[in-house]
Each structure stands twice: as C-alpha cells, then as structure tokens.
Design a protein around this ligand. Structure first.
Ligand code: NAG
Ligand code: NAG
Ligand code: NAG
Ligand code: NAG
Ligand code: NAG
Ligand code: NAG
Length: 335
C-alpha cells in the first residue's frame, strides 16, 4: 500500500509538471479468443494531429523538417552507440534519474565523413499527455494527445549522454546497412504512431502474463536493434542493457469498448466513471486538488481495484492487483 501510494505520488508529481505522455493503439476486444499481450495496432499512415494538441516544447527541433535521414555511402563504416540519460535531468536534477526513469536513444557515426547523428523516439506532447487524456468542452469522450514519433538529427551531445547516463559503442555496420535501417525507421514511424506509457502484467513475478506491452522510446530502440540484427549487425555491450518500464499489475483485463461508450445511453454510467477517473489525473491542479485527487485515485485503484486503461483507441478495465504499479529499471538483453 505504502509503495503504491508512493508510486502514485511520483506519477502525479511527474504528470503535474507534464513530463509524462503516452499513447494508444488498438488490437483486441470483442468476441473470439483474446490474444495476450494485445497486439499494438499499427496504422496505414500517421494521422494529422488535432490543433487542440499544442506542444509546450517543439518536437524534434534539430531534425530535418521532412524527417529525411541522410543517405550514407554504401562502403562507409558506421559506428553504433547505445545512448541513455535520465529523463529531463536539466530541469529536475537527478530526481527522475534516481527513480531510473531513463530515456533511450541510438547514435551513429560515419567514419568517412566524421559526422554523427542521434536517433530517438518520443512523445510529441510530452509524457503527461500520452498517459492521461484531456476533458474538452463539447466532447463527451476523453481526448488524447498521445502521438509519439522518431526524431533523427545531426550530432551526438556526448556530455548529455555520458554524464549521468550511457554512451557506449556497441557495434559497426556498413553504410548500405544503415540505409536499409533508415528505410525501416521511416516505415516504423509512419505506422506506429501512438505512445503507450504503461506495460500491464499479471504480477511482478517471472512467469507473469503480459496483457499489454508499452510503446515508448526503449521499445523503439529494441525494435531498431532487432532490425539491425536481422540486417546482419552484431551488437555487444560491456555494461548491462537496462531500461525503464512503467508497470501496472492486474488480473485479466476486461474489454470495455471504444469511444462509442461515451455516445450510447446504455453505457452512460461507465462513461461517467471513466471520465471521473481521468479527471483525477488532469493537468494544472493546485496542490490541494492534487492531494484530493491522489486520495481518490488510491481509493479507486487500490481499494476498488479499478484502473481504466486506453490502448489501440479502446478502453479496458484493469482489475488491479498488488503491487498496483511500479517503475522498474530492468535488464533486457539484445534481441
Ligand atoms: C499537453 O497537451 C495540452 C493540450 O494540447 C497542451 O496545452 C500542453 O502544452 C501539452 N503539454 C506539453 C508538455 O506539451
Ligand atoms: C516521424 O514522424 C514525425 C511526425 O510526423 C516527424 O516529425 C518526424 O520527422 C518523423 N521522423 C522520421 C525520422 O522520419
Ligand atoms: C548529473 O547529475 C549531477 C548530480 O545530480 C548533476 O549535478 C548534473 O547536472 C547532471 N549532469 C547532467 C549533464 O545532467
Ligand atoms: C559526435 O560529433 C561531435 C562533433 O564532431 C564530437 O564532439 C563528438 O565526440 C562525437 N560523438 C561521438 C559519440 O561520435
Ligand atoms: C517459471 O516457469 C518455469 C517453467 O515453467 C519454472 O521452471 C519456474 O520455476 C517458474 N518460476 C517462477 C518464479 O514461478
Ligand atoms: C518495484 O520494482 C523494484 C525494482 O525492480 C523492486 O525492487 C521493488 O521491490 C518493486 N516494488 C514492488 C512493490 O513490487
């Protein structure tokens, strides 16, 4: 209970400063045999962002405006770097670093030109917006600003990654392989567009069932590593490859439905309950409101054991289980 309260506090704190964002995707629900984890739903092409979603900090300011990735000479040798740094360390010192809320990226350096590059995947509107929706006047359904995307830009800021994080060379590829990876990045970026903050599991134990996988910066790095291995690259790290995961723990999730929940009269009470739940996590709360919200969130999540979860444009009810939620920093080997 104490640790759950602590984790909630951490989340509320983080969310209130709008560090947190996450996304949605789709997959299951409806009849038939449910597949776990619910597959993350890809789209044919990235939808336009609603003008309601306004980034406090511009997304990918140093990247190419059209998202172009430079073409390397086929015979070039490109070094690959594993990059990791505590989230937002500039603003909040090492607090999130101590909680091991880390951001992951990949670096590339051309031996022919001496130029280097950073590639990362993150929220368009910050983590808070990806984790909890907005209430919009005139709209009955919660409104999400939860896209995430890849950002590729020139330069590696060695100090930024090295000082409290990791900058480690983990392999080399040819320019030709890099160019193939670049094609994959464009495709991945076009079709995987919603950020998912939470991973949902049945328990913290080894043999737990994963109900939902997160879709965040570290998952992007894993997919890129997997693609690199498919393309024949060899990756090796001298230090453990650890990543931040934000978990919810629940018994088997119950599919609720999509935005229709908020339109049908038959699901009016459910709609009200979901809206009330997310209202607890709204941004711009005063300290007093936050404290009140925290108590109510604990009551809902810990005592009523209910968390309304959004994934793939769909809502699920999570029958929450101890320890409810946790932020872990766990080792995940190269694929
Ligand atoms: C989150 O979204 C709201 C609504 O668009 C926006 O006002 C706010 O700036 C966003 N937060 C961040 C940190 O981008
Ligand atoms: C990924 O998509 C975003 C949003 O459209 C865009 O800003 C960014 O440049 C793209 N990144 C790459 C590497 O194509
Ligand atoms: C690294 O952490 C130390 C101690 O928390 C802090 O003073 C320093 O500013 C951090 N460095 C960077 C680059 O964030
Ligand atoms: C990237 O390039 C910059 C500028 O040349 C250099 O200072 C930095 O050390 C390079 N970093 C890596 C990891 O290659
Ligand atoms: C997990 O499952 C494996 C294989 O079924 C079993 O050997 C192991 O003891 C289980 N571990 C735990 C912690 O239950
Ligand atoms: C949360 O995760 C940390 C790190 O994996 C672990 O040490 C701790 O016991 C977990 N807390 C709970 C309540 O399970």
């Amino acid at each position: 209970m104490k640790s759950a309260v602590h984790s909630l506090l951490v989340l509320l704190q983080v969310c209130s400063v709008e560090l947190f964002a996450s996304g949605r995707s789709s997959g299951g629900g409806g009849g038939g045999e449910q597949v776990w984890p619910v597959p993350y739903k890809r789209v044919d092409s990235r939808p336009d962002v609603d003008p309601f979603c306004q980034a406090l900090y511009p997304f990918c300011p140093a990247g190419d405006p059209d998202g172009q990735i430079p073409v390397m000479s086929d015979t070039d040798t490109i070094s690959i770097f594993r990059l990791q740094t505590p989230v937002w360390e500039f603003k909040y010192g090492n607090v999130l670093g101590r909680l091991h809320v880390m951001h992951d990226a990949i670096g590339f350096a051309s031996s022919k030109t001496g130029r280097n590059f950073t590639m990362e995947w993150y929220e368009l509107f910050q983590l808070g917006n990806c984790t909890f929706p907005h209430e919009r006047e005139g709209l009955s359904a919660p409104f999400w600003c939860n896209q995430g995307a890849a950002c590729f830009y020139g330069g590696i800021d060695d100090l930024h990654w090295k000082q409290n994080g990791t900058l480690e060379k983990i392999g080399e590829i040819s320019g030709a392989t890099f160019n193939e990876l670049a094609d994959w990045v464009q495709e991945d970026n076009r079709t995987g567009v919603f950020y998912e903050t939470w991973a949902v599991k049945s328990s913290p134990g080894e043999n737990a069932t994963t109900w939902f996988e997160s879709y965040d910066c570290s998952q992007f790095v894993h997919r890129a590593y997997k693609k690199l291995l498919e393309l024949g690259a060899q990756l090796f790290s001298q230090t453990p490859t650890k990543y931040t995961k934000i978990y919810l723990y629940s018994a088997e999730p119950l599919y609720l439905g999509d935005d229709a929940i908020f339109q049908q009269t038959s699901t009016k009470d459910l709609a009200t309950d979901i809206r009330w739940f997310y209202h607890l996590f709204r941004s711009h709360q005063t300290k007093g409101e936050m404290f009140q919200s925290l108590l109510e969130a604990v009551e809902k999540i810990v005592l009523e054991k209910t968390f309304y979860f959004y994934y793939n444009y769909q809502y699920w009810k999570l029958p929450m289980k101890y320890p409810y939620l946790n932020i872990t920093y766990e080792e995940i080997a190269f694929p």
